[in-house]
Design a protein around this ligand. Structure first.
Ligand code: PLP
Length: 385
């Protein structure tokens, strides 16, 4: 069922899914077990030995998301950060990583405050210019880590161009596709080596799980990542895998609704007298709108807005009734957040300034509620501001 002949919505529902052999249950069961019986030493009855290594519910999720990204291998982890960490732990002390400077704040924190202490080197780059990526490469560069669109500035990286640089230099290119989701963007088809997700966000879509996953068609990289699951253990439990699997079934219908609501609300905010700027790749005013249109199918529900002052930002954050003040994104319900003090508090002030993460910037994760209600909510909060 990961048959590439099937289209996205069909793969979302069927890839990796088989009725349970014993009961006929149409839905993949939650295999809540730590181990599996062996008929003789070295002969596990169902092919599984220990649940850190494999679990059938996890395998179903891994095959499902692999099919959605157009890859052959999926490896699920306990969180998005655990998935990114597994990719970087394939490297050794002395190796160098080039990464997009506006990555998720937690990715930057892990690279600079944890993995750099262990002897890996990390260089943040504005990957909007592929030549800047090329200039940052060194003889010991072993990984290029991208994220597009970025959080919260919605910068877009030309995936085809950077993937070509990676291929030319023999350096794997990893794309954090959390913001776009596989429905809107297919980095493997554009030449990336691997895709990583925080499945906490759009893949699961219901704000009730922390999870991560990597997809690749590179057999050697997949082997290394399966070894990481087994050898370092950052794997998700079966219940969480089952919840994400339930989420991916509706990924297409949810993303179509997020894209529709995101576009409408971005256009509404652009016209609003209390709003100074709107960052959304679906707006013709976005400096990389044409590139975004070339490599994305839709532009998601993620929007950042700049208002007139810190006080106006704080009163907008306090004033919404439907948009809940919270970290995270990608759920069916709308959220509002303040990057400078929430998701990006761990990014150094000097870097935040350069990126444009100011005390006037507010981030929205537009859910799939009725867009009229969402616009009325923002309008009343902006009038208070
Ligand atoms: C949330 C997020 C992460 C981290 O994922 P967790 O599941 O919270 O560990 C990584 N990248 C992006 C783009 C994110 O939004």
């Amino acid at each position: 069922m990961s048959d590439p002949r099937y289209r996205f919505a069909t793969r979302a529902i069927h890839a990796g899914q088989h009725p349970d052999a014993e009961s006929g249950a149409i839905m993949t069961p939650i295999y809540q077990t730590s181990t599996y019986v062996q008929d003789a030493v070295g002969s596990p009855r169902g092919g599984h030995e220990y649940a850190r290594v494999t679990n059938p519910t996890r395998t179903a999720l891994e095959q499902n998301v692999a099919a959605l990204e157009g890859g052959t291998h999926g490896m699920a982890f306990a969180s998005g950060l655990a998935a990114i960490e597994a990719l970087v732990k394939r490297l050794s002390a002395g190796d160098h990583v080039v990464y997009e400077e506006n990555v998720y704040g937690g990715t930057h924190r892990m690279f600079q405050l944890v993995l750099a202490r262990l002897g890996l080197e990390f260089t943040p780059v504005d990957t909007r210019d592929p030549d800047d990526v090329r200039r940052a490469l060194r003889p010991n560069t072993k990984l290029i880590h991208l994220e597009t669109p970025t959080n919260p500035m919605m910068r877009v990286t030309d995936l085809r161009a950077v993937a070509a640089i990676g291929r030319e230099r023999g350096i794997p290119v990893v794309v954090d596709n959390t913001f776009a989701s596989p429905y809107n963007q297919q980095p493997l088809a554009l030449g990336a080596t691997a895709v990583v997700h925080s499945s906490t966000k759009y893949l699961n879509g219901h704000s009730d799980v922390i999870g991560g996953i990597v997809v690749t068609s590179d057999d050697a990289m997949a082997d290394e990542l399966r070894f990481m699951q087994k050898a370092t253990g950052g794997v998700p439990g079966p219940m969480d895998c089952w919840l994400v699997l339930r989420g991916t079934k509706t990924l297409q219908v949810r993303m179509e609704a997020h894209n529709r609501n995101g576009q409408r609300i971005a256009e509404f905010l652009l016209e609003h007298p209390r709003v100074q700027a709107v960052h959304y790749p679906g707006l013709p005013s976005h400096p990389q709108h044409e590139l975004a249109r070339r490599q994305m199918r839709g532009f998601t529900g993620m929007i950042s807005v700049e208002v007139g002052s810190e006080a106006a930002a704080r009163s907008l954050l306090q004033g919404t009734r439907l948009f809940a003040l919270a970290e995270s994104l990608g759920g069916v319900e709308s959220l509002i957040s303040y990057p400078i003090l929430m998701t990006h508090a761990s990014v150094p002030a000097e870097m935040r300034e350069r990126l444009g993460i100011t005390d006037r910037l507010v981030r929205l994760s537009v859910g799939i509620e009725d867009p009229e209600d969402l616009m009325e909510d923002l309008d009343q909060a902006l009038k208070e501001a």
